[in-house]
Design a protein around this ligand. Structure first.
Ligand SMILES: [Ca+2]
Length: 134
């Protein structure tokens, strides 16, 4: 459900939990490409994406994140309680959408691509909260 709500938030840019046929079609096609990405990077066919596989998947999407962030992502999105140290398909989508969404929000503020940005408390909360409670 979290993944569904996050998808709906990102495809409508609102918290209205309803989508029309146009949004449905874009989400449908986007899920097909997520499935393809998942299968491409699940090298050992375990049905889960581990830290190494996630690093490659995110790189292919244009996101280079540090090892501490990768570890944090895997522990946060591994819903097996940390046992498998890997992420299942729907949580993988949510993980990538979170990285993508937060990176895009950050880049809006980091106009010089310097790797740092200034947020007011208000805009920081408004940026981050929708991803936490989607
Ligand atoms: Ca795997």
């Amino acid at each position: 459900m979290r993944t569904v709500h996050l998808l709906m938030y990102l495809f409508t840019s609102t918290n209205v939990r309803k989508i029309g046929p146009k949004e449905f079609a874009s989400i449908f096609y986007s899920l097909q490409s997520w499935r393809a990405i998942f299968e491409r990077f699940d090298h050992d066919r375990s049905g889960r994406i581990d830290t190494t596989e996630l690093r490659e998947a995110l790189l292919s999407l244009g996101f280079s994140v540090s090892p501490p962030i990768l570890d944090l992502l895997v522990s946060k999105f591994d819903k097996s309680g940390g046992k498998s140290k890997a992420i299942e398909y729907d949580n993988f989508i949510e993980c990538c959408l979170t990285v993508k969404g937060l990176t895009e929000k950050f880049k809006e503020k980091d106009t010089k691509y310097s790797g740092s940005a200034t947020f007011t408390y208000e805009s920081f909360m408004l940026t981050v909260l929708p991803f936490l409670i989607a």
